[in-house]
Design a protein around this ligand. Structure first.
Ligand code: SAH
Length: 280
């Protein structure tokens, strides 16, 4: 790791043993590989020696050596440090993860910043946790399944090392929230309305609750509960991300897109039932 800026949590400078890189072939197939001294990566294209990558720079090219010593065109790979978005899509997971397009929006909608105290439930594979921690949040996770809790901890440690401000407790958040003075409560589980009362008690005034839900029926149920509690400015939205095909004179939207992932709902903890009073 190079001498760098304060707060540097991820590697930079030349690629080192122990870190993960993406090997990308000409057909844009991507392989996530952890570099090991004297290790090798085997693929359809042949063998790439890790030692050729260790010490090289991010963005370099390597050539795969054919196993049978055969000739034919050399198979080249581009070597890149994975971004957080690459890792979220590629990392080992048990539960469904929140996708990068939604993760980015969550950071802004929940106003995540360094030192903000977040309760996250459930943590699943830790994709949201990794995103929150990368933005500097202090995260306490509640997760009912011990296997997911362990997976999330491992994924976070892989990204940020063991010193991350991250703790996961094996708990059912429907039964209650033990801590107080939280700045944010972020929910990705099937019945977040069962957490609204607990969040009301646990959130500091002005704090934000955010829930991610796959269906609008669930969202409506959450909104009803929020309207009956001390939350104001409830808002529901979704993120539609449409990529474009840009090649020569053919410049148009791609034919396919991920049309639906989930709905995001936010609301702020206030001292009284604002929405009801303003309705008269
Ligand atoms: N946001 C996560 C994925 C969460 S998947 C990510 O980005 O990776 C939903 C998780 O909620 C699952 O791991 C499930 O075990 C957990 N869960 C469901 N009900 C829960 C509850 N009552 N308390 C805590 N965790 C719960």
């Amino acid at each position: 790791m190079s001498a760098g800026f304060a707060g540097e949590a991820r590697p930079r400078g030349p690629l080192t043993a122990g870190e993960r890189v993406l090997l990308v072939d000409r057909k844009d197939r991507r392989y996530l590989v952890r570099l090991v001294v004297a290790g090798s990566f085997q693929s359809h294209a042949g063998v790439v020696e890790h030692d050729e990558i260790i010490g090289a720079r991010d963005g370099c090219e390597v050539v795969a050596r054919r196993r049978d010593g055969g000739t034919g065109p050399a198979r080249r790979f581009l070597v890149l440090r994975p971004t957080l978005a690459d890792l979220v899509v590629k990392m080992p997971r048990g539960a469904q993860v929140i996708y990068p397009k939604d993760l980015g929006a969550i950071l802004m909608a929940a106003d995540i910043h360094p030192g903000v105290r977040v309760l996250e439930a459930g943590v699943g594979s830790g994709a949201l946790s990794m995103t929150l921690l990368s933005a500097g949040a202090d995260v306490l996770g509640y997760e009912v399944r011990p296997d997911f809790a362990a997976r999330a901890r491992a994924n976070v440690t892989d990204l940020l090392g063991g010193a991350a401000a991250y703790r996961v407790e094996e708990r059912d958040v429907y039964e209650g929230i033990e801590v107080r003075e939280l700045d944010r409560v972020l929910l990705d589980l099937p019945e977040p309305w069962r957490v609204v009362g607990h969040a009301q008690d646990a959130l500091t005034p002005g704090g934000i609750l955010l829930a991610y839900l796959p269906t609008i029926n669930q969202t409506a149920e959450l909104r009803e509960r929020l309207a009956r509690c001390r939350f104001a400015f409830a808002e529901t939205f979704e993120i539609l991300r449409r990529t474009w095909h840009v090649e020569g004179r053919s410049v148009r939207p791609d034919h396919r897109m991920v049309a639906h992932t989930g709905f995001l709902t936010t609301a702020r903890r206030v001292s009284s039932r604002w929405d009801e009073e303003s309705a008269g």
